[in-house]
Design a protein around this ligand. Structure first.
Ligand SMILES: [Zn+2]
Length: 142
């Protein structure tokens, strides 16, 4: 029985580039682990708030930039990034992310869309080799 997206995941896919949505729709069908879309399009206001976290506001630093590939791309009118979380998620087991990522890349290959993963920016297939920590993040490689 393949997994399926719930309402919250569907809400987070609104405004996301249809090519990325196509990848997600295929990935959830073939993924060996269930996963959720926890963020799609982000407003500049929300990015500012995230940037303040761990700097001028309490909490851990979660972002290094005021820019974001989660913003709406003015060229397409869509956001081109999503953040995904395996469900249920065990923080001690990054293997869940790796399984989800393999499903994402296989789905992208099948539908003919190029994507990048936040845990493997140089895309050599070795996750987190340079301490990349954005395992939830996937974006269109344009
Ligand atoms: Zn992200």
């Amino acid at each position: 029985m393949p997994y399926a997206f719930g309402t919250a995941s569907r809400d987070h896919m609104k405004g996301v580039d249809p090519r990325m949505v196509k990848v997600l729709e295929r990935a959830i069908q073939i993924s060996p682990v269930d996963f959720k879309v926890i963020e799609g399009v982000r407003t500049p206001q929300r990015q500012k708030k995230l940037y303040a976290q761990g700097r001028t506001e309490p909490g851990q630093i979660v972002t290094w930039t005021l820019k974001s590939n989660h913003f709406v791309d003015p060229k397409t009118g869509f956001g081109r990034a999503v953040d995904l979380l395996p469900a249920p998620y065990d923080w001690k087991d990054p293997g869940q992310f790796d399984k989800m990522s393999r499903a994402m890349f296989e789905a992208a290959r099948q539908v003919g869309v190029k994507i990048r993963w936040g845990a493997d920016w140089d895309q050599d297939g070795k996750a987190r080799e340079r301490g990349e920590s954005d395992s939830p993040h996937f974006e269109l490689a344009l």
